[in-house]
Design a protein around this ligand. Structure first.
Ligand code: RFL
Ligand code: PHB
Length: 391
C-alpha cells in the first residue's frame, strides 16, 4: 500500500499538466492511467491552444518544442456563400493570438517532463476504482500484472475524460448533468500534405460544415460535418477530398493538395456539464466534468483552466492549510466552463447544417454571418471568445 497527497486518475492533458503544476508547487502526486503511453499518444485531437494554455505550459517549463514547432495564428477565415472573410484576432483583441500545436505533441512533452522529474505514473492500470471520497481518506485501487494495488491519498483528481470512472462513481442524486447531443459528427482526416491556407478556414456551406486546420507546414488536419450514421469505412480518401473540395471556395479548392490519409475517424458532437465539480475529496477536471463540441477549439483549453484553478487550490491546502481554494474550486471552474459551453454551442449552431431546422435556419445563419463580419462589435465578441476569456 502506498500513499500520496494527490492521486490523479488519467494521463491526458488535464492529468499530466496538473501533475507538473503540483510538482512545481512541491506537492507530490501519482497518476493512474488505464491505457499505455503509446495508446494515449495515438489519439488525434485538439490543435488550437489559447494563450492561457501556452502560458501554463511555459510556467512548468514544457514549452521549448512548442515555441520552436508551434504556429502562432493571428486570425482565421470564415467561409460562407462561397467567399472567405478574415477574422483578425490580433486586431480585434489588442494583439492576442492562438498557437496551433497538436494535443499529441503537448501530451508527449508533458510525459517527457514527468518522466524527467521522476514522478510516478502507472500506465495500463486495470479495473481502476475510487473509494471513500466522501471522507478525507480516499483510496484508489487498480490491478497490474495480476495483482491488486491500493493507493491512499488526501485528494483524488478525476482527470479521466468523458468515459472515465470518477464521474461515474458519484451517486446519481449528488450530481446534476446538462447535455445536448448534436445530430451529426465530424469526420477528421490527418494527412502529410501542406495546409490549403496559412490560417484555419471554418466553412458554412449548404453541403455541411468543413474545417481546414493543420499540425505543421507539411501536415494538414481537415474535418467534414457528416451524419453520425456514417462509418469511416464508407469514406475513402478520394471521397473525402472530393467532398472537402465541394465545400471550399474556388481558390481554396484549386489550391488543395490531397494525399493518403494517416488517420481518419468520426467524432460525435456533444455539449455536457456535470455540476458540481467537487464531491468531498474527489475533484473532477477537464472532459471528466464537461464536453464542448470542437467547433470553438475549447475542450483542451478548458481542461487547462480547470487544472490551473485546481493546482492553486491544492497548493493553498497543502502549503498554507487553507481550504478556501478547494471549497471554491467547483464554482470558480464552472463560471468559466459555462462561458465556453455557450460559445462552443453558438459557434456550432452558426456553422453547421441542421436539416431538421429547414431553409429558414440557413437564411438566419447567413444573416448572422453577414452581421458578424460587418459589425466590429460582433467580430470582437467572436475573437475574444476564440482567443480565450480571462481566467
Ligand atoms: P482526455 O484527453 O480524454 O484524457 C483522459 C485520460 O483518462 C484515461 N482514463 C482512465 N484512466 C484510468 N482509469 C480509468 N477508468 C480511465 N478512463 C479514462 C484515458 O485513457 C485518458 O488518457 O481528457 P482531458 O485530459 O480532460 O483532456 C481533454 C481534451 O482531450 C479534449 O477536451 C480535447 O481533445 C477536445 N478537442 C479540442 N480542444 C481544444 O482545446 N482545441 C481543439 O482544437 C480541439 N479539437 C477536440 C478537438 C476533441 C476532438 N475529439 C476527437 C473529441 C478535435 C476533436 C476531433
Ligand atoms: C484541429 O486542428 O484539430 C482543430 C482546430 C480547430 C478546431 C477544432 C479542431 O476548432
Amino acid at each position: 500500500m502506498t500513499s500520496t497527497p494527490v492521486a490523479i486518475i488519467g494521463a491526458g492533458p488535464a492529468g499530466l499538466l496538473l501533475g507538473q503544476l503540483l510538482a512545481k508547487a512541491g506537492v507530490d502526486n501519482v497518476i493512474i492511467e488505464r491505457q499505455s503511453p503509446e495508446y494515449v499518444l495515438g489519439r488525434i485531437r485538439a490543435g488550437v491552444l489559447e494563450q492561457i494554455t501556452v502560458d501554463a505550459l511555459s510556467s512548468v517549463g514544457v514549452d521549448a518544442r512548442m515555441h520552436q514547432e508551434g504556429l502562432p495564428h493571428h486570425g482565421f477565415d470564415l467561409l460562407f456563400k462561397g467567399q472567405r472573410h478574415r477574422i483578425d484576432l490580433a486586431d480585434l483583441t489588442g494583439g492576442k493570438q492562438v498557437m496551433v500545436y497538436g494535443q499529441t505533441e503537448v501530451t508527449k512533452d508533458l510525459m517527457h517532463a514527468r518522466a524527467a522529474a521522476g514522478l510516478q505514473t502507472v500506465y495500463s492500470a486495470g479495473d481502476v476504482a475510487i473509494h471513500d471520497f466522501d471522507t478525507d481518506k480516499p483510496r484508489v485501487t487498480y490491478t497490474q500484472d495480476g495483482q491488486t494495488h491500493t493507493l491512499n491519498a488526501r485528494f483524488i483528481a478525476g482527470c479521466d475524460g468523458f468515459h472515465g470512472v470518477c464521474r461515474a462513481s458519484v451517486p446519481p442524486n449528488a450530481i446534476q448533468q446538462f447535455e445536448k447531443v448534436y445530430p451529426f459528427g465530424w469526420l477528421g482526416v490527418l494527412a502529410d500534405v501542406p495546409p490549403v491556407s496559412d490560417e484555419l478556414i471554418y466553412a458554412n456551406t449548404q453541403r455541411g460544415f468543413a474545417l481546414c486546420s493543420m499540425r505543421s507546414p507539411t501536415r494538414s488536419r481537415y474535418y467534414l460535418q457528416c451524419p453520425m450514421s456514417d462509418s469511416v469505412a464508407q469514406w475513402s480518401d478520394d471521397a473525402f477530398w472530393a467532398e472537402l473540395k465541394n465545400r471550399l471556395d474556388p481558390q481554396a479548392a484549386e489550391q488543395l493538395v490531397t494525399g493518403a490519409s494517416i488517420e481518419k475517424s468520426i467524432a460525435p458532437l456533444r455539449s455536457f456539464v456535470a455540476e458540481p465539480m467537487r464531491f468531498g475529496s474527489l475533484m473532477l477536471a477537464g472532459d471528466a466534468a464537461h464536453i464542448v463540441p470542437p467547433t470553438g477549439a475549447k475542450g483542451l483549453n478548458l481542461a487547462v483552466s480547470d487544472v490551473l484553478y485546481l493546482a492553486n487550490a491544492f497548493e493553498r491546502y497543502f502549503k498554507e492549510k487553507d481550504v478556501g481554494g478547494v471549497d471554491g474550486y467547483s464554482e470558480q471552474a464552472l463560471a468559466r466552463v459555462w462561458k465556453a459551453e455557450r460559445f462552443s454551442w453558438w459557434f456550432t449552431s452558426l456553422m453547421h447544417q441542421f436539416p431538421e431546422l429547414g431553409s429558414f435556419n440557413q437564411k438566419v445563419q447567413e444573416a448572422e454571418l453577414e452581421y458578424l463580419i460587418h459589425s466590429r462589435a460582433a467580430s470582437t465578441s467572436l475573437a475574444e471568445n476564440y482567443v480565450g476569456l480571462p481566467l
